[in-house]
Design a protein around this ligand. Structure first.
Ligand code: GLU
Length: 409
């Protein structure tokens, strides 16, 4: 099953509950525009490097399209389309005035020098600049891209269209970025997790966590939860995994990762691999890395009571069914990780108003949106007797569908 077919199952489940017509389903599933471009650069050794770049603009019924840009060796058309559609439902669910898009370049960034990465980014912008912009489609960071890449996008875009920092979000603070954007996805994950625990009457201080991924999302979520008294017993990343049943010292682990580049061999821990971590005896499991990690093979062995999807698309539909049967609560990606795009929205607003918000305001507005969205999802799930994922899709699809009908064809 392709990743879009899998995401489509979640969509169809909600569409069925809503009684959406086949024509409306087809309209909502079909991307508005798909760009596939050649990204050719000169390598440092003088040779030519040719890569493929994508931007899928899925839906603009509610506003300019919004979504990250991924530089990863596994990027393909199917993955970008899937992630673009998730952005449409995500922005609608948290009710920010955007549609959904996603971009990617199929490249292993670890094989690129700093200069090659810059040339690749600028070349990609050369190919797509006419199709993006503050009122059309606004890229942001995702796997393999960061504030530096966003700064190059802003700069390259300005060469064609003039100064307009709102053309991209997730920029460096020194270059029209927003306070709190870097931590935002992880913070949103943390806020949602605390709310879920409160509703399940679980005390965060008595709760154990395992987190897969210690990049921007996983590390900030870990830090937020640690600061609220949570015991994070296991963490894995590309370098390996670490386990300590008494709880990992997350601030020290963050410093260690800054120096060493990964969590592996952090002092005072046992090694743990990804499969062990995902099926470990913990209360809460947070996949915060790549998609499809919770699958048919490992789902029956997952022991967590709650799964918080910090990554995009981490659970395949068969695994989702297995969790539902075993009463494992899954907080879906389009809600759990929506903090990033929400603060991207605040950055865009600040850029357009040329008015800077302080960190306190960003956090307050983010926390409000996350809690309100979670409350709404929880209420619909209870009212209709559906999963939190189906409830999230019902809200997202409903908003996009109504905007489409109101706007007219
Ligand atoms: N890449 C992030 C996501 O998947 C953020 C997107 C954005 O800020 O536009 O939600």
């Amino acid at each position: 099953m392709s990743s879009f077919d899998a995401a489509r199952l979640y969509f169809e489940h909600a569409a069925e509950h809503m009684g959406l017509s086949q024509n409306m389903r087809t309209l909502l599933l079909t991307p508005e525009r798909t760009l596939k471009v050649q990204v050719a650069i000169e390598r440092d050794n003088g040779e030519i490097g040719t890569f493929i770049g994508y931007r899928v603009q899925h839906n603009s019924a509610r506003g300019p399209m919004k979504g990250g840009l991924r530089f990863h060796h596994e990027v393909d058309a199917d993955e970008v389309l899937t992630l673009a559609s998730l952005m449409t439902w995500k922005t609608a669910l948290v009710n920010i005035p955007y549609g959904g898009a996603k971009g990617g370049v199929t490249v292993n960034v670890h094989n690129l020098s700093h200069g090659e990465l810059e040339r690749l980014t600028r070349k990609f912008v050369d190919e797509i600049h006419d199709f993006i912009g503050p009122d059309k489609d606004i890229p942001a960071p995702d796997m393999g891209t960061d504030a530096q890449v966003m700064a190059w996008i802003m700069n390259q875009y300005s060469k064609f269209h003039g100064f307009n920092p709102a053309c991209v979000t997730g920029k460096p603070l020194e270059l029209h970025g927003a306070d709190g954007r870097k931590e935002a996805t992880g913070r949103g994950v943390g806020i949602c997790t605390l709310e879920v625990l409160r509703r399940k009457k679980m005390d965060v201080k008595e709760t154990t966590f395992a987190i897969q991924g210690f990049g921007n999302v996983g590390s900030h979520a870990a830090r937020f939860l640690h600061d609220h008294g949570a015991k994070i017993v296991g963490v894995t990343d590309a370098s390996g995994g670490v386990w300590n049943s008494d709880g990992l010292d997350i601030p020290v682990l963050q410093e260690y990762v800054e120096q060493e580049g990964g969590v592996a061999a952090f002092e005072g821990t046992h090694p743990v691999d990804n499969d062990e971590l995902l099926t470990s005896e913990v209360d809460v499991l947070i996949p915060a890395a790549i998609g499809g990690v919770l699958n048919v093979e490992n789902a029956p062995h997952v022991q967590a009571k709650v799964i918080i999807e910090a990554a995009n698309n981490p659970t395949v539909p068969e695994a989702d069914e297995s969790f539902a049967k075993r009463d494992i609560l899954v907080l879906p990606d389009i809600l759990a990780n929506a903090g990033g795009v929400t603060v991207s929205y605040f950055e865009w607003v600040q850029n357009r108003q040329h008015f800077r918000w302080d960190l306190e305001r960003v956090r307050k507005e983010l926390d409000r949106i996350m809690v309100e969205s979670l409350n709404k999802v929880w209420d619909i799930a209870e009212e209709k007797g559906v999963s939190l994922r189906t409830a999230s899709y019902i809200i997202g699809l409903g908003r996009v569908g109504r905007a489409t009908v109101l706007g007219g064809m």
